[in-house]
Design a protein around this ligand. Structure first.
Ligand code: ZN
Length: 258
């Protein structure tokens, strides 16, 4: 099974009388209060703008230095690295600190769950992270902030400092596969959890949608917190349409109270 996702001392559901595992699947909607728009979703910024979508599409990025230059400028000027966690991210971290076993599976690349206090090892980033860069030749990883300092200092397309290869954001671009290890852990969590809370996600993009189905199929209580209807609403024990920043903290307080 997983190396860390559901293992360890507090992760595996109801065995030995431990408190049941709560899985939180978060999408773009949890971060809009932090000033980060929905880039990637079916109605996201990138999907509506073919030129912008090229900046995060692997084949264009790798083949066209102009695309890379614009992509670095987009990141330099974008809100992602300046954003702060909001009440919803903080509520998730608070639930974890209260002793409830929590795993976060996120479609977001902003790192705000961890910044709010979720332990790194309890957050699975399906689409990677915009806080790191990776070399496409030698796989060396380094900080996005450092790469952006080089861009700001006048290097329009910073190359890997180890090998000179093309650097890219450590996010999963369009046209790139998801990390099978991360996906495997997410599936294991969906199977093992007692409560599966899908928050701020339209559940229209794989693999997020299938995770909700897997959780419900394994008997988890499915709770959906999203402004718009999702294809899984009929399977949910509860559907919440109120704004996430208020609804999620209230919901998670209930869960913490048991
Ligand atoms: Zn390299």
């Amino acid at each position: 099974m997983s190396t860390d996702g559901t293992g360890g001392t507090d992760g595996a559901g109801t065995a030995d009388g431990r408190r049941p595992l709560v899985a939180i699947l978060s999408g773009a909607g949890i971060s809009t209060d932090s000033g980060i728009p929905d880039y990637r979703g079916p109605n996201g910024v990138w999907r509506k703008d073919p030129e912008a979508e090229k900046l995060v599409t692997y084949a264009y990025y790798m083949s066209d230095p102009q695309v890379r230059r614009r992509s670095w400028q987009m990141r330099l000027n974008g809100p992602a690295l300046r954003a702060r966690p909001n009440a919803a991210h903080e509520a998730v971290a608070r639930l974890e600190r209260s002793g409830v076993p929590v795993r976060v599976i996120t479609q977001n690349v902003d790192g705000l769950h961890q910044m709010a206090g979720m332990p790194e090892r309890k957050v699975l980033e399906l689409h990677g992270t915009a806080r790191a860069v990776v070399c496409t030749a030698c796989s060396a990883r380094s900080e996005m902030a450092e790469a952006l300092r080089r861009v700001a200092a006048g290097d329009p397309d910073p190359a890997c400092e180890e090998c000179g290869g093309v650097l890219k954001s450590a996010t999963v671009m369009f046209g790139e596969p998801l990390d099978p290890r991360v996906l495997g852990e997410a599936v294991a969590i969906a199977r093992a959890c007692e409560v599966f809370v899908a928050v701020g996600t339209s559940l229209q993009v794989q693999p997020a949608a299938s995770l909700a189905g897997i959780a419900a199929g394994h008997g988890a209580r499915l709770v959906i917190v999203n402004a718009e209807p999702t294809p899984y609403d009929a399977l949910a024990e509860r559907v919440v349409r109120e704004p996430i920043g208020q609804a999620l903290p209230a919901l998670l307080r209930e869960l913490a109270a048991g």
